[in-house]
Design a protein around this ligand. Structure first.
Ligand code: FAD
Length: 279
């Protein structure tokens, strides 16, 4: 079994408030003790969190000496912003980005969204390949991206993105591993050979279904829906059931020899630590 070759990584996000920043640095110090292969930090265009990604990835790279991945988005950057951002990353010793189309912030008008300088993630990838030496990862969707008319069209565009210079992929969260295995078979059949990190989101509160999960477009299997129906009203029981669900998903993925497990930590150290101790 090629289990030992499965990498482990985490995603974190910048806090909303300045005073919560110190908590993120403590969280990161604790995540280091779980020996991740890399930690990625999201980027939110608009609002107070824009710009904080650099500060966080610098800390991960310089202070913790863990490979950091900075998320960057078409929605968040003009060419000029991107050039400045890449210089700052280089200065911080960060060599890896996740190039994304990005979610549209509420503050952005239809017109601004339509007129963004980089349209698709692949356009960012082409720019980065031409102007920087950064290593570039991309996002992918085992159950298809919510805007794509079909999985086939989404996969065709994924292939274009990889061919433009993406060297690894991180998946959208999924809760049924069969979607992931089917997706892997399809992309390998199309000649996409880069490593794919499986995105795992622990569902530890019933509320996550109405927010994070519904936005992701990922389907909720009956087994998970049943857990939420039984434990949803009891905070601690729901947390434990959500951890068990994530652990069994990860164990199965490792048994299938996946390239990597990428845990959407949601900045929750206790849950992340408990999952890691069981895998
Ligand atoms: P793209 O690869 O550009 O694809 C977007 C859509 O366009 C797809 O439907 C695709 O099929 C289609 N498409 C692509 N190329 C073409 C073409 N040439 N012609 C027609 N259609 C095309 N969002 C944030 O704002 N900040 C984050 O930090 C962030 N982190 C994320 C991390 C991961 C691992 C994932 C999976 C998602 C993340 N997102 C983040 C959300 C992401 O930005 C959204 O899902 C976004 O809607 C799509 O981004 P993408 O990079 O996959 O887009």
């Amino acid at each position: 079994m090629p289990q030992s070759q499965t990498s482990l990584s985490f995603e974190i996000f910048p806090p909303k408030k300045e005073e919560e920043f110190e908590n993120v640095f403590s969280l990161l110090r604790e995540l280091k003790s779980l020996h991740p292969d890399f930690i990625s930090c999201t980027y939110g265009a608009g609002g107070s969190r824009a710009g904080k990604t650099i500060e966080i990835v610098s800390f991960i790279q310089k202070e913790l000496q863990i490979d950091a991945i900075a998320h960057i988005t078409c929605v968040g950057f003009t060419r000029e912003d991107l050039a400045r951002n890449c210089d700052a990353l280089m200065e911080a010793g960060v060599k890896h980005v996740l190039a994304l189309r990005g979610d549209r912030p509420q503050s952005m008008s239809d017109e601004q969204f339509r007129n963004r300088e980089f349209f698709y993630a692949a356009d960012l990838v082409r720019y980065l390949k031409e102007h920087t030496d950064l290593q570039i990862s991309g996002a992918c969707y085992p159950e298809k991206h919510f805007e794509a008319p079909s999985l086939e069209s989404d996969l065709r565009h994924l292939k274009e993105k990889v061919d433009a210079g993406v060297t690894s992929l991180i998946t959208q969260m999924f809760f049924d591993n069969t979607y992931f295995y089917r997706f892997l078979e399809q992309i390998r059949g199309m000649g996409i050979t880069v490593p794919v990190h499986a995105g795992i989101m622990p569902i530890t509160t019933a509320g996550q279904l109405g927010t994070t999960v519904s936005l992701s477009g990922s389907s909720v299997p009956k087994k998970l829906a049943d857990l939420i129906a039984v434990y949803g009203d009891n905070k601690e029981d729901m947390r434990k059931a959500g951890i068990d669900y994530a652990v069994s998903q990860i164990r199965d993925l490792k048994e299938h020899g996946v390239d990597g497990i990428h845990i959407y930590s949601m900045n929750k150290i206790k849950t992340t630590r408990e999952i890691c101790s069981q895998i």
